[in-house]
Design a protein around this ligand. Structure first.
Ligand SMILES: Nc1nc2c(ncn2[C@@H]2O[C@H](COP(=O)(O)OP(=O)(O)OP(=O)(O)O)[C@@H](O)[C@H]2O)c(=O)[nH]1
Ligand SMILES: [Mg+2]
Length: 223
């Protein structure tokens, strides 16, 4: 499905997004984009979050760009996440660039079993800095953490890279669901915090939140 870039994260009612009458109510909405090389698992990550299912079998690369909506409730606030699933293949880059500008959050994935997908993260970050909003929330995710036997990238390497860029990091599995919901909940919490901080509300640090909540794969500390 193709869509168009649109409105920024807003309180419901202030800058309304046209939504069908049957869509669930929400207090706040934000656009999230999934980025990363082809095959790292972006589409599976989204399907796992949206439907709780894993697409195994033949890999079908995404063509162009697509989105799904899901409303999550964080601390009593309903946050509608409009999640854009991009094509990782180089030939679709010019299509996806146009969508960066409207995103409030970017989930940048690599595949822990694929070294080049990790090596390309720096190039992705350069691209993000070129096309995205300056204050966009970025999270680095090392996906396919369930495949410990083929691991090429140590968890510590992901952590180090994330620290260098000042972004939260965790390993995930679109297959088992490990840390998938947490990634989106952390984004939703950050968007809620940014949209309107109440007096006396403690400040929210997304990196601390992710560090305190994330699960670690049980098998791979020997690498
Ligand atoms: N074991 C395992 N396999 C995964 C995981 N996530 C994705 N895969 C597999 O990896 C392949 C690629 O997954 P996709 O989600 O289609 O990859 P993508 O990033 O959307 O790729 P493009 O659409 O080309 O950008 C598929 O065969 C999936 O079944 C995971 O967490 N664990
Ligand atoms: Mg895809």
């Amino acid at each position: 499905m193709m869509g168009t870039p649109g409105a920024a994260a807003t309180r419901n009612g202030e800058a309304p997004e046209r939504s069908p009458p049957c869509s669930p109510r929400y207090d706040l909405m934000g656009k999230v984009m999934l980025l990363g090389d082809s095959g790292v698992g972006k589409t599976c990550f989204l399907i796992q979050f949206k439907d709780g299912a894993f697409l195994s079998g033949t890999f079908i690369a995404t063509v162009g760009i697509d989105f799904r909506n899901k409303v999550v409730t964080v601390d009593g606030t309903r946050v509608k996440l409009q999640i854009w699933d991009t094509a990782g293949q180089e030939r679709f880059r010019s299509v996806t660039h146009a969508y960066y500008r409207d995103a409030q959050a970017l989930l940048l994935l690599y595949d822990i079993t694929n070294k080049s997908s990790f090596d390309n993260i720096r190039a992705w970050l350069t691209e993000i800095h070129e096309y995205a909003q300056r204050d966009v929330v970025i999270m680095l995710l090392g996906n396919k953490a369930d495949v410990s036997s083929e691991r090429m990238i140590r968890s510590e390497d992901g952590e180090m890279l994330a620290r260098e860029y000042g972004v939260p990091f965790m390993e995930t599995s679109a297959k088992t669901g490990m840390n998938v919901e947490l990634a989106f909940l952390a984004i939703a919490k950050e968007l809620k915090y940014r949209a309107g901080r109440q007096a006396n509300e403690p400040s929210f640090q997304i990196r601390d939140y992710v560090e305190s909540q994330k699960k670690r794969p049980s098998c791979c500390s020997f690498l």
